[in-house]
Design a protein around this ligand. Sequence first.
Ligand code: IPM
Ligand code: MG
Length: 360
Amino acid sequence: MMSEVKKIAVISGDGIGPEVVAEALKVLKRTEELFGYSFETEHALFGGIAIDQKGTPLPQETLDICKNADAVLLGAVGGPQWDNNPKELRPETGLLAIRKELGLFSNLRPAVVFDCLKDASTLKPEVLEGTDLMVVRELTGGIYFGEKFRRQGDQGEEAVDTCVYNVTEVERIIRQGFEIAQKRRKKLASVDKANVLETSRLWREVANRLAPEYPDVELEHILVDNCAMQLLRRPSSFDVIVTENMFGDILSDEAAMLTGSIGMLSSASMGEGSYGLYEPVHGSAPDIAGQELANPIATILSLALMFRITFGYEDAASAIEEAVAEVLNAGHRTSDIAVDKSKAIGTSQMGDLILAAMKK
Ligand code: IPM
Ligand code: MG
């Protein structure tokens, strides 16, 4: 029996986005051949390229395509040519809007130290040993989305950003944290700044109120500054970190860098249910775009995450992850993770090797 056709909205975006997405689409095709799944892909413009062609970073048509799909695969957006644009004409504004419009309140960013890449990190290998953590970042609230304005104060111009969280927003993301921890090593670090911020005090109250519903999970409260420090000191002791939007933005970059291989890290942004947007953690890297230098692994692993989380295609997800591991273990490296850069392989070569390694 043919499986149901799943719809994937594909957003290549800017910089290295199109190159890495192209490799993931080759993997997608191979998955259809190997496992009999069928996918329908629809491409959509988003980010800088959409500003250039449509005059807005998030055209309505793109939003419709995404809403119509079962999942979204995103490359990366942004680049220096749009950095000085007014706010409405910046790729980042589109990114915040798409998160809000698609209701993607939960951003999952795993940071895993791949054993064969331990040397790629700036941290000592013995500190990193066994690091495998997941940052669960609130994505549609807090200071990112609070009221912002300028005004005249007593001493001239002032700028105001407000940070607002309601109980519902806090509760649903902390529940995600607990639920993800239940499927992992059952440790949840709830990160806040409850010694200073009212939103953080609410956060902590909610976490404590929910904790009895998840008796198998060990809950730890940790202040964000201390967490930043402990991530460098004892990264392997963390399992799941749940935190608000801006703390999560900062801590997830720190966590990604622990691994030394940001070109390998995938992420998922989820709402209620199985719908999700999947993208590599790395950005659009305009400086290396179009030169066959980008590492496609993060995007390919993001596709594997989509198969697992949105579609429940565990066989296909593992086949991709095992193929990636096999290729890395055989010593193949793109230049971002190569020790000897002269032996590095290109973007499409890496994609081809992963395809060839995929098995049913
Ligand atoms: C991220 C990015 C975005 C964010 C920027 C580009 C708006 O840093 O996805 O982490 O701050 O959320
Ligand atoms: Mg960020």
